[in-house]
Design a protein around this ligand. Structure first.
Ligand code: SF4
Length: 498
């Protein structure tokens, strides 16, 4: 096993180092979660998510006729596209080339970044503007461009704010959702050179003015891709701010970065995704801007870039394609599962440590950056199923988290000796019914009888205290079910049932 830094493996570890590393990273997650729980400002913001974005999502789907069928259809399109992914990707390449675009295949983040830097260098680019792209976050593109001496400016308002603050996105759709208006005013006051009030219009007005200047200067525009249509070679961008259009149309060169799973076969497939994406993300019927970009500017067209490059990134996805976690590739990055998740709404996005947060982040980050280095994430879930219910393509996230937990148990050094002994004893107990019966009898005769009417235990002893540090533990009943079932009292009660 290797120690992981960002998405890079930096040094091999022996078994002892590996155990310490796992313990240390586990602690980091716990520490980040503790910090988030103690941050009253963050707790107030997160507390509103379920009532704002979460409620809008539920209302929007309730008002959409046949919403379940549409979601099923979107899911089925993803499913059959992934079954023949190579066919659709090659068709996409042919269509993009036929319209005068360029296609770059990238096995990993390093080769994707290399291809993008080369394009920028060939264009002698000094300033690059970007519209929101989680895939570019995944490959740490901004950092690589800055290292190459290219000024890189995020133009989505939320991304612009967190870029200035030096933060990572904390939500797939609202990257700056963790910040209050007051905090944003403080961040924007620095480049403004004056104290800005915490008023939306003023703050957005300042950002608009600062960014317009960058759009005018930019040599290259970089965007993500919501969907790429194999049939037509069109790149579909779904945004709510005009920055996406300016990023793709003003600079002379446009580079779009997509994961291999973003391809869909036909233009006729697109409406199913457009119907569910905006509703799931923000509760809108349709996002404000839906762009279909098909090739660079053609002769006779008034605007658009001279060059269009499509970077198609694998970065571990083809490995996932053949695994039991294949469904994670259905994700359309709407963020609905985050708003629904009680864990995300308690600890926020930064506690997850990776680029993707929330329930889907707890699946994707271990898959992309390594399970051992992110062993805490599959456990950062109550498995309540709220994420799956909110997901527009009905991804079975809880099942995938359980599969990751199963895989983790095969990793050496994952469990402490005490934990391993406890599970071993539990397994043996379940194989010996008489021993199990003795244990439950003892539990009811001791804790069950002396719990003084409270059905919850507030504090477990010793190492078990971790369980009750944040929640109560159900106390054993004062009488076992089997004793009650065999008693005359139960027969009386059952007979009295209407
Ligand atoms: S898993 Fe589903 S709900 Fe979560 S971001 Fe992806 S598509 Fe949206």
């Amino acid at each position: 096993m290797f120690k992981v830094q960002g998405s890079r493996y930096v040094e091999p570890l022996n078994e002892k180092q590996m155990t310490d590393y796992l313990r240390e990273t586990h602690h980091e997650f716990e520490a980040a979660a503790e910090q988030a729980l103690a941050d009253s400002n963050l707790q107030r913001i997160l507390g509103q998510l379920g009532d704002t974005l979460g409620q809008r999502n539920r209302d929007a789907f309730a008002a959409l006729p046949n919403s379940s069928l549409i979601r099923e259809r979107a899911r089925a399109i993803k499913d059959h596209t992934l079954a023949d992914l190579h066919v659709h990707l090659l068709a996409l390449e042919r269509s993009v080339l036929a319209r005068g675009g360029h296609v770059h295949w990238a096995d990993d983040g390093t080769s994707a970044c290399r291809a993008i830097v080369e394009i920028c260098r060939r264009r002698a680019a000094k300033v690059v503007v970007k519209s929101k792209s989680m895939t570019s976050e995944e490959i740490h593109l901004n950092h690589v461009l800055e290292e190459a001496g290219i000024e890189t400016v995020e133009t989505d308002l939320g991304e612009y704010i967190i870029q200035l603050a030096g933060h990572r996105p904390s939500h797939i759709v609202g990257p700056a959702v963790h910040l209050s208006a007051q905090q944003i005013a403080e961040i924007l006051s620095k480049p403004a050179g004056e104290r800005l009030p915490a008023e939306r219009e003023v703050l957005a007005g300042f950002a608009r003015k600062a960014l317009r200047q960058k759009f005018a200067e930019a040599d290259v525009g970089i965007s993500g891709v919501n969907f790429a249509i194999a049939e037509t070679g069109s790149i579909v961008l779904v945004t709510n701010e005009g920055n996406g259009r300016l990023t793709c149309a003003l600079p002379k060169c446009h580079i779009a970065v997509m994961g291999i799973e973003k391809v869909i076969p036909k233009l006729a497939d697109l409406p199913y995704f457009l119907k569910v994406l905006a509703r799931a993300a923000t509760g809108q019927k349709l996002s404000v801007y839906t762009q279909l970009i098909t090739g660079p500017r053609q002769p006779g067209e008034l605007d658009g870039p001279d060059e269009l490059h499509l970077v198609i990134l694998d970065n571990g996805r083809s490995r996932i394609l053949g695994s039991p976690l294949r469904e994670s590739l259905f994700c359309i990055r709407c963020g609905a599962c985050l708003n629904a998740c009680p864990i995300y709404r308690s600890v926020g996005g930064h506690s997850y440590g990776g680029v993707y947060a929330g329930p889907i982040g707890a699946v994707l980050t271990p898959l992309y950056d390594g399970l051992a280095a992110n062993h805490h994430l599959p456990h950062a879930s109550s498995l309540c199923g709220a994420c799956q219910a909110a997901c527009p393509v009905k991804i079975q996230i809880p099942e995938m988290l359980i599969k990751l937990r199963e895989q983790l148990h095969d990793e050496p050094g994952h469990m402490s000796r005490l934990e391993s002994m406890a599970y071993g004893m539990w397994a043996r107990t379940l194989r010996m019914p008489w021993f199990y019966r003795l244990g439950t009898w003892l539990a009811t005769r001791t804790i069950g009888r002396f719990k003084r009417g409270d059905p919850w235990l507030k504090r477990l002893p010793g190492k078990l205290h971790g369980w009750t540090a944040k929640r109560d533990f159900p106390a054993p009943a004062s009488e076992r079910f089997r004793d009650w079932w065999n008693s005359p009292a139960s027969r009386e009660e059952v007979r009295d049932e209407p």
